[in-house]
Design a protein around this ligand. Structure first.
Ligand code: G4F
Length: 288
């Protein structure tokens, strides 16, 4: 996923399970800002691998914060907190002061990471901020997540490579935004004089069903001819409805989502069609 900018990056290795590797990285590279986007981030996997998820997604944050405290407490730190911490929501929309009710080992682990960030900020005066990001998607999203699973499948069906798309809960509702917009909010948090916690969201919610409708319609197909509900993709405990209130991000960071839901869905389908057409050209047999 970094291929398009790889020539402008220097990639170095560290592991959230290995604190020495993090200390070594900070000592060698002297970063001014650290963004912790690393996690076991797929919710269904957190049910099958709850301990690993806790090690990486929860304790990994402590390892990184503690490495910063030891090596250079002036480093500014961003923690990728998640709307999954709101889980079985206790109020709508969710704000920075909404009580948490996670519904998966992933959500529980993210909640630990969120609170340890606040704890290190208050205990050691670190410039540590936490972004409670609602779902953020793009054509580079992994194929296991529902938005990309849909856009990729729509492209395959349109190009005659597939016929059906098997999904779980079509009624689940998410506040989906464009990842490119959300990264700006992360950066803005670390440019503030004081660290803080922010909800980053569009303020709109849509169902998986609506995502399918727009995606299939964009290529002239009817979703109902292709989508099959499959019990295998349902979760032991579901987050039914997420919708964030991004007022604080607007008033303090001057941030708001620029990309609409409709634009996001179309961008993802177009991305997959372009990619699959490119593959088809590459794989064409040479003419004699
Ligand atoms: O795309 P999803 O797997 O994302 P989910 O669980 O909301 O989590 C994502 O967003 C969070 C917030 O930013 C992140 F913290 C997290 O790491 C991840 O990036 O599922 C969205 C919804 C769920 O309700 C799921 O039950 O779509 C529903 N769904 C229905 N059918 C499906 C499917 N999800 C997947 N992955 N695959 C399906 O076939």
């Amino acid at each position: 996923r970094l291929a398009h900018i790889q020539d402008r990056l220097e990639i170095v290795h560290g592991d959230l399970l290995d604190q020495d590797s993090l200390i070594e990285l900070l000592r060698e590279w002297h970063p001014q800002e650290v963004y912790n986007l690393a996690a076991q981030s797929f919710v269904p996997t957190s049910f099958s691998q709850p301990v690993l998820t806790g090690e990486v997604t929860a304790l990994g944050v402590t390892r990184l914060l503690d490495a910063i405290r030891m090596v250079d407490p002036a480093i500014r730190f961003y923690q990728a907190s998640s709307s999954e911490m709101f889980g079985k929501v206790v109020e709508v929309p969710q704000t920075e002061s909404t009580p948490f009710y996670p519904r998966s080992p992933y959500g529980v682990a993210k909640l630990y990471g969120h609170w340890i960030t606040i704890n290190y900020r208050e205990s050691y005066d670190l410039h540590a901020s936490s972004g409670m990001l609602f779902n953020h998607e793009s054509p580079r999203r992994g194929l296991e997540f529902v938005t990309r699973k849909i856009s990729h499948s729509v492209a395959r069906i349109k190009l005659g490579l597939d016929r059906e798309l098997r999904l779980g809960n079509l009624e689940a509702q998410r506040d989906w935004g464009f990842a490119g917009d959300y990264v700006k909010a992360m950066w803005l948090m670390l440019q503030q004089d004081a660290p803080d916690d922010y909800v980053v969201a569009t303020g709109e919610t849509h169902s998986v069903r609506e995502f399918c409708e727009i995606a299939f319609d964009h290529v002239g197909l009817d979703w109902q001819d292709h989508v099959v509900v499959d019990e295998r993709f349902f979760r032991p405990a579901e987050v039914d409805l997420l919708i964030g209130d991004p007022k604080k991000a607007l008033s303090q960071l001057g941030w708001k989502a620029e990309t609409s839901f409709d634009q996001l869905v179309r961008m993802m389908v177009d991305g997959d069609i372009t990619e699959l057409e490119g593959d088809a050209i590459v794989n064409q047999p040479e003419s004699p």
